[in-house]
Ligand binder design. Sequence first.
Ligand code: F6P
Length: 457
Amino acid sequence: MGLIVVSNREPYSPVREGHELHWKAAVGGLTAALDPVLRERGGTWVAWGDGEREIRSVELPPGEGRYRLERLPLRESELQDYYYGFSNRALWPMSHYFLNRVRYLGRYWKAYQRVNRRFAEAVLQVHRPGDLVWVHDYQLCLVPRLVREALPEARIGFFWHIPWPSSEVFRTLPWDHEILEGILGADVVGVHVPEYARHFRSCCRIVLGYDNDGHAVQAPGRAVRVESFPIGVEAKAFAELACSSEVRRAAEELRRQVGTPFLLGVDRLDYTKGIPERLEAFAEYLGRHPEAHGKVTLVQIAVPSREQVDAYRQLREQIERLVGRINGTYGQAGWTPVHYITRGLERRELVAHYLAADVMLVTPLRDGLNLVAKEFAAVSERGVLILSEFAGAAAELKEALLVNPYDYDGLARAIGQALSMPEEERRQRLAELKDRLHRFDLSAWTEGFLHALEGAR
Ligand code: F6P
């Protein structure tokens, strides 16, 4: 059976250097997770072709050609209203409970409908009888229904990678009916955490009046299975990379350069990730622990994204001010408390950072799952994971130090606890985390979802 993956973001972006064109892996959890799936199974990936509009189709990964990417060019106005508008000013903040940031504009909704139609048409062009269609995320909620209308017999899966909110919040969306009906065109709807599945089913009941039957939603004439399938990471590949001499040398070099034990944050620069709150908590910790001055550093990597949305630009400025304030207040000759980096890291460099870090801070205010937490636990040999209870991963990673990221005092205390945790306890917690990550890895996730899809109806 052929597989067609559909997502907004393409897995590799074209980058021109002089006359040469390179395909560079995109930043972001979803594409990083699906690339290995298609590498392994082959198939077609349909996505927005960001840049180099005339290249409509390309074999990927570069040089290996394991699958075909069909690229859909979007006009600047479509991008503004569909991607920056409806996706990232309406659905994203709403789903993460940031109602003070939502902009529900009819113009955005129209573009979202139009672009979803174009994605559905692109799927119809490549679909062959028997293919599985796997649509991803909040940018493409209408695609399952549009494909279903044209191909009533198709097997369609939909995966929602961000939090599904409570119906109280979801109902603020003026197009709540349409979004739900769009998704219910699928046979199987996946989310990361049982809580989100429960919320989704109750939205279907409250907004559309559709009964739930166990894990299924009873839409007119069809039952749609709605379940949690928490995504995993390539635990073995990460662990192997961490054993390579090149990565180990890089990790040692990094520790030497930082010069003190260090806390690490790795995030897309997004207001859901809790970066200012984390910096405030670190400042709180330094304020309470003068003996730690010069002895611990925070390395924060924050990769800019969606910069055309005001909230993201303002956040970047806010973080820069905070970093400046902390370094100005506590820094001394030879010690800069916060190392702030806005460059994305290649996988090897990233693994070297995980390996070198003493404490990993994953403290989003809300997050669908958070793959960084899992990657760190798969790699680290002696570090402590501090994890927000509002990240989906917290439902599984119980051996982390779970924190409320809004509570600066609690977070500052957790930093102290992590830094002074006995070696034996660190290793014990990591061993249990690793055991789970290896059992429920990325291929288990893919197989679990596709198995459910193949078995649907
Ligand atoms: O599911 C969240 C997500 O869509 C993931 O692909 C990734 O973590 C991030 O958001 C990427 O965002 P964007 O494609 O808007 O840069």
